[in-house]
Design a binder for this molecule. Structure first.
Ligand SMILES: [Fe+2]
Length: 525
């Protein structure tokens, strides 16, 4: 016997003598005992006390033993219920089990037998409760692990997003920004290749301005996607699979595209296993498209990759706008456009550095004529970009070694208009745009595209025209060698008043006499 009360046992029976005997016996064993003469009284006691085990008769007034068992199960299903009955029947036994009763004893019940039963069910109950705690613990451990994984994932995601944000805030020029976009794309998604294409309505062709190839892919150049120029020749980078159509379609759709299985997309080169195309919008218009591809591995891009890429192009768009609006507008946009000019000149080795030389010659003429700093700044941009419209001219016409047909010449003559349109779309450089459009006009009105006469052609346009023609005839071309000095001067001086502004030719004459113009031509060889 012990002073510490053990568990509380509840005996329910309408036979008072049974309650008395059981109470006396189990109290003597140290248990705390509650008794009830029917199910209803027992239910009230259960509400008021903590019960560890319940022994009940079946047949009782008000609420019988099976109803009580059912009630206990709904209140606390860990309390074991043992039925004591004098008349066990199959029906009763089945009902007992259905009601979650753990055991039943046949009356008259031997007290020893009852005690053994008490000890057994209480031990089982203890194990049952421990088991519940244990599984709850396992469950919460699992939940904690799951939360931990989610947290790690969120932290990674935040790190990635933070990385994208901070990477773009430190960039000074748009060219650097395009490069950062493609480098970050291959790094974050483990892609084989990422390229950024600028879309320009005026030339109807995506132009690749930046490209990043994952390490170890150096030998697979011909399997790397790129865009081909209008003529079918290579665009601004070598080799590759033509994805220009896909890019133009994506540009029209204007939403990120995730291609996980090659076979589902018509027009996608077979070698590309997975691809993402993400448009970059500036002021609600598609400015360019980021293309990220897998060609050499079993990697497949996921929605998460697409989310990162979209997030990145969004940030890049803001950065481009900021760079263009608030920092060195000229330098940065010019650098982007200059990449275009580089791409055009790379198509024709004879015109390489043409725009650079023309700029230097035009600047020298402008200075010699006393042009203001503003004039020089404008001319500097216009001269560098004067032939940018050639990006829209097919290679077979642009690079034709022989004489052009009338139709081919008509196509070539579109380049000043295309160039002016490209610059106009940037919403900047009104005067520069006008000068680019005028660089093939003549004083006698026989030039193109507008046939302007004399002073209707802006002065800077007249200067640019002289510089352009001089460089063209003083350097080697695809279809002829450079001209001799006598012939060059005959064309230049002879053109004064008809093709060229006589005032500009005067400046040309004095600079030529000093040898500074020839120096510019020779310096670029
Ligand atoms: Fe031109």
């Amino acid at each position: 016997m012990t002073d510490v009360p053990k568990e509380t046992l509840l005996f329910v029976d309408d036979e008072e003598s049974i309650l008395e005997v059981a109470s006396e016996y189990f109290q003597a064993k140290g248990y705390h005992i509650l008794t009830a003469e029917n199910g209803r009284v027992a239910a009230d006691l259960i509400e008021q006390h903590r019960i560890d085990c319940c022994f009940t008769d079946i047949n009782m007034p008000e609420m019988d033993g099976l109803e009580l068992a059912e009630h206990i199960r709904t209140v606390d299903n860990t309390i074991p219920v043992i039925i004591m009955t004098g008349y066990p029947s199959l029906d009763n036994t089945i009902r007992t089990l259905k009601n979650g009763v753990v055991d039943f004893l046949i009356k008259p019940v031997n007290l020893n037998q009852l005690e053994i039963c008490v000890k057994r069910v209480l031990r089982e109950r203890q194990l049952f409760i421990e088991n519940i705690f244990l599984s709850k613990e396992v469950e919460s451990k699992k939940r904690i692990e799951h939360l931990n994984r989610e947290l790690t994932y969120k932290v990674e995601e935040l790190n990635t997003l933070n990385r994208i944000m901070t990477d773009f805030t430190t960039i000074g020029t748009s060219v650097d920004l395009f490069k950062r976009v493609v480098d970050l794309s291959t790094e974050l998604t483990h892609a084989d290749e990422a390229s950024f294409y600028v879309i320009n309505e005026a030339i109807q062709q995506p132009v690749q301005v930046a490209r990043s190839v994952a390490r170890g892919n150096g030998n697979g150049q011909d399997r790397i996607p790129t865009v081909k120029s209008a003529s079918g020749g290579n665009g601004s980078c070598g080799g590759g699979l033509d994805i220009s159509q896909l890019i133009l379609e994506n540009c029209e759709e204007d939403k990120p595209l995730l291609i996980q299985e090659n076979s589902r997309v018509p027009g996608l080169p077979e070698a590309i296993r997975s691809m993402m195309l993400v448009p970059l919008n500036i002021r609600k218009k598609v400015f360019g498209v980021l293309a990220v591809s897998v060609v050499d591995s079993d990697l497949r891009f996921t929605e998460k990759d697409l989310y990162y890429m979209s997030f990145m192009t969004n940030k890049a768009a803001y950065a481009i706008e900021n760079i263009a609006l608030y920092e060195n507008i000229y330098d940065n946009l010019f650098a982007t456009l200059y990449a275009f000019v580089g791409a055009i000149e790379a198509r024709d080795p004879y015109t390489e550095q043409h725009s650079n030389r023309v700029t230097r010659i035009a600047m020298a003429l402008c200075q010699a004529m006393g042009g203001s700093q503003e004039d020089q700044d404008i001319l500097n941009v216009a001269a560098q970009l004067h032939d940018i419209g050639k990006i829209g001219i097919r290679d077979d016409i642009l690079l034709k070694p022989g004489r052009l047909t009338e139709e081919e010449f008509r196509v070539i003559k579109e380049h000043p208009v295309i160039g002016a349109n490209i610059v106009e779309r940037l919403g900047l450089w009104d005067r520069e745009k006008h000068i680019i459009r005028c660089h093939h006009e003549r004083m006698d009105g026989k030039g193109y595209p507008d046939g302007l006469i004399g002073e209707n052609i802006p002065m800077l346009g007249r200067i640019l025209s002289v510089a352009d023609v001089y460089d063209a005839i003083a350097s080697d071309r695809a279809y002829r060698k450079k001209m001799g000095e006598e012939k060059i001067l005959q064309i230049m001086y002879g053109g004064a008043g008809t093709q060229f502004d006589p005032g500009v030719i005067d400046a040309f004459r004095s600079l030529y006499a000093k040898g500074s113009l020839r120096q510019i031509i020779d310096a670029s060889r």
